[in-house]
Design a protein around this ligand. Structure first.
Ligand code: FAD
Length: 466
C-alpha cells in the first residue's frame, strides 16, 4: 500500500492544481514543497508583476490626467508602498490557497524532495531530517528558475533577475533589460511608467518574438512613443560593474561593439527547468536539455510517473500548468479528459500596451496551411469607441483559413488581455467569421472590436471600411 494515491513534487501552479483536483476526485494526496504553496506564479511571477503593472498604470493615469481634463500631478513613486501593496495581494491569495489545500484534506510535506525510487520521494526537511513517502502515482512539478547566459553572472545587486527586480526598494534611474520577451517587456513597461530610462536589448530582430510580427511592430511603436529605447538584433557580449552601475558591451548590426551604461541590468533571457539533482534521470525519466520529455498526456514513459508545468517543454504559463495538473489528476482518477491543445492556450503580455493572442500567427498559419489558403483581417482600434475613450491604440488581427474557421486572433492595446477569453472560445470552437458576426457585443466596450473584426471578415463591416 502506498502512502498516497498521488504524490506531487512541487506546489506551484501545476502541482497544486493537480493536488486540488485529485483530492476533489476522492484521491489521497501528498504535496511536497520546499518553499511556499503557490510557487513562482503566486510569489515571484504572475501576481506580483501584475500588481506592479497596475501601480504603473496608476502612475501613468496621474501623469496623463490632464489629457482627460483632470488636474493631478504625479508626486513620485514610493517603492516600499508599491511593494507593500503587491505583498498584500500575494499574501491574501496565499492565505486563500493554503486554506483550500488544507480544506481538501491534502497532506503538505515541507522540505526538499527528490525521486528516490520508482514510486518514492525522499524529503529533507529544514532541520536536515529525512523521510520517504510513496505514491501510487508520482507527479513531477518542480517548475523553473531564471536562466542566465554563459559567463553572465547574476550578482543580485547590479545584475539582477526578475525575483530581485520584484524586491527593489527604489525606482532605478536607468535600466538595461536583457531580453525582449514577455518578462523583459513587462518590467521595461513598469520601470518606464515609474520614470526610469529603459533600454531593451534583444538578440532576435523583434520584441515578443513568439507573437505575430504585426504585434511586435505595434508594441515597438508604442514603446518608442513612450521613449523606451530598443536595440533588437543586438547580441549581448559582456557586462562589468562600475562605481554606480553597469557597463554592458553589445554587438551592433554591423558587427561593431558598443558600450551602454545604466544603474541596473535585468536578465530576462528565459527560464530553465528545475530538474538538476532531483533523481529524475536515475529513475528512467528522459530529460532534454534539462526539461522532462512527456507524451501529450504528460506521461514520462515511466509507469505512473507524470510531469506538469514549466519542466515540460512548451509554453511556460501558469494556466498551462493548471490545465496539465487538472488533466493528470483526471487521468489518474480514470476519467477521460480532453487532450490539451497547446495552440489554444491564450498568451498575454501585460505591458502598456498589452499584447494578447491565441492560435496561430500569420506565419505559422501560412506554413501549416499554405499562404494562399489563409486570409487575414486587421481591425484598427481607432474605430472602437471604448478604445478612443481610453486613448489607446492597437488592433485586432484575425487569421482565417479561407472559407474555414478563424485559426489565430492577435490583439494589441491597453486592456486587450481581458478580451482573450472570447478570442479563445472563437478559436477553441473553430468558429467561422459568420458564426461570430451575429453575436451581439455590448456598446461601448473593447469587446466590440472583436465583433467588428469578425463582421468585417464575414463581409459585413460596420464601423470599418470594407
Ligand atoms: P513553479 O510555479 O515554479 O512551482 C514549482 C514549485 O516546486 C515551487 O514552489 C518550488 O519551490 C517547488 N520545488 C522545486 N523543487 C523542489 C524540490 N526538490 N522539493 C520540493 N519542492 C520543490 N504565467 C502566466 O500565465 N501569466 C503571467 O502573467 C506570468 N507572469 C510571470 C512573471 C514572471 C516574472 C515570471 C517569472 C513568471 C511568470 N509566469 C506567468 C509564468 C508562471 O509563473 C509559471 O509558468 C508557473 O509558475 C509554472 O508553474 P509550475 O508549477 O510549473 O512551477
Amino acid at each position: 500500500m502506498a502512502d498516497f494515491d498521488v504524490l506531487i513534487l512541487g506546489a506551484g501552479s501545476g502541482g497544486y492544481a493537480c493536488a486540488l483536483r485529485a483530492a476533489q476526485l476522492g484521491l489521497t494526496v501528498g504535496l511536497v514543497e520546499q518553499d511556499k504553496l503557490g510557487g513562482t506564479c503566486l510569489h515571484v511571477g504572475c501576481i506580483p508583476t501584475k500588481a506592479l503593472l497596475h501601480a504603473a498604470e496608476v502612475a501613468d493615469s496621474a501623469r496623463e490626467a490632464g489629457q482627460f481634463g483632470i488636474q493631478a500631478t504625479l508626486e513620485g513613486v514610493d517603492m516600499p508602498g508599491v511593494n507593500a501593496y503587491a505583498d498584500g495581494v500575494v499574501s491574501r491569495l496565499h492565505k486563500g490557497l493554503t486554506g483550500l489545500i488544507t480544506g481538501r484534506g491534502i497532506t503538505v510535506i515541507e522540505g526538499r524532495g527528490r525521486l528516490s525510487g520508482p514510486n518514492e520521494v525522499t524529503v529533507t526537511a529544514a532541520d536536515g531530517a529525512e523521510a520517504s513517502y510513496s505514491g501510487e502515482n508520482l507527479v513531477l512539478a518542480s517548475g523553473s528558475y531564471p536562466r542566465t547566459l554563459p559567463g553572465l553572472e547574476i550578482d543580485g545587486e547590479r545584475v539582477i533577475t526578475s525575483e530581485q527586480a520584484l524586491r527593489l526598494d527604489r525606482v532605478p534611474r536607468s535600466v538595461i533589460v536583457l531580453g525582449g520577451g514577455v518578462i523583459g517587456c513587462e518590467f521595461a513597461s513598469v520601470w518606464r511608467s515609474f520614470g526610469a530610462e529603459v533600454t531593451i536589448l534583444e538578440a532576435l530582430p523583434r520584441l515578443v518574438p513568439a507573437e505575430d510580427e504585426a504585434c511586435s511592430k505595434a508594441l515597438e511603436r508604442a514603446f518608442r512613443k513612450r521613449k523606451i529605447t530598443m536595440r533588437t538584433s543586438t547580441p549581448f557580449q559582456s557586462v562589468t560593474t562600475t562605481d554606480d552601475g553597469v557597463a554592458v558591451t553589445v554587438e551592433g548590426a554591423n558587427g561593431e561593439q558598443s558600450v551602454l551604461e545604466a544603474e541596473l541590468m535585468l536578465v530576462a533571457v528565459g527560464r530553465g527547468p528545475v530538474t538538476d539533482g532531483l533523481g529524475f534521470e536515475e529513475h528512467g525519466v528522459h530529460l532534454d536539455r534539462g526539461f522532462v520529455v512527456t507524451d501529450a498526456s504528460c506521461r514520462t514513459g515511466v509507469a505512473n510517473l507524470w510531469a506538469v508545468g514549466d519542466i515540460v517543454p512548451g509554453l511556460q504559463l501558469a494556466h498551462r500548468g493548471f490545465q496539465q495538473g487538472i488533466f493528470v489528476a483526471e487521468m489518474i482518477a480514470g476519467l477521460d479528459p480532453a487532450p490539451i491543445d497547446e495552440t489554444a492556450i491564450p498568451r498575454v503580455t501585460y505591458s502598456r500596451p498589452e499584447v494578447a493572442s491565441v492560435g496561430l500567427t500569420e506565419a505559422q498559419a501560412a506554413e501549416r496551411h499554405g499562404a494562399e489558403a489563409i486570409k487575414t483581417l486587421t481591425y484598427d482600434l481607432g474605430g472602437n469607441g471604448k478604445s478612443q475613450i481610453l486613448k489607446t491604440q492597437g488592433f485586432v488581427k484575425l487569421v482565417q483559413r479561407v472559407d474555414g474557421p478563424v485559426v489565430g486572433i492577435h490583439l494589441v492595446g491597453d486592456r486587450v488581455g481581458e478580451l482573450i477569453g472570447e478570442a479563445q472560445l472563437i478559436y477553441g470552437w473553430e468558429a467561422h467569421p459568420e458564426d461570430v458576426a451575429p453575436l451581439v457585443h455590448a456598446h461601448p466596450t473593447q469587446n466590440e472590436a472583436l465583433g467588428e473584426a469578425h463582421l468585417a471578415l464575414a463581409g459585413k463591416a460596420l464601423h470599418a471600411h470594407s
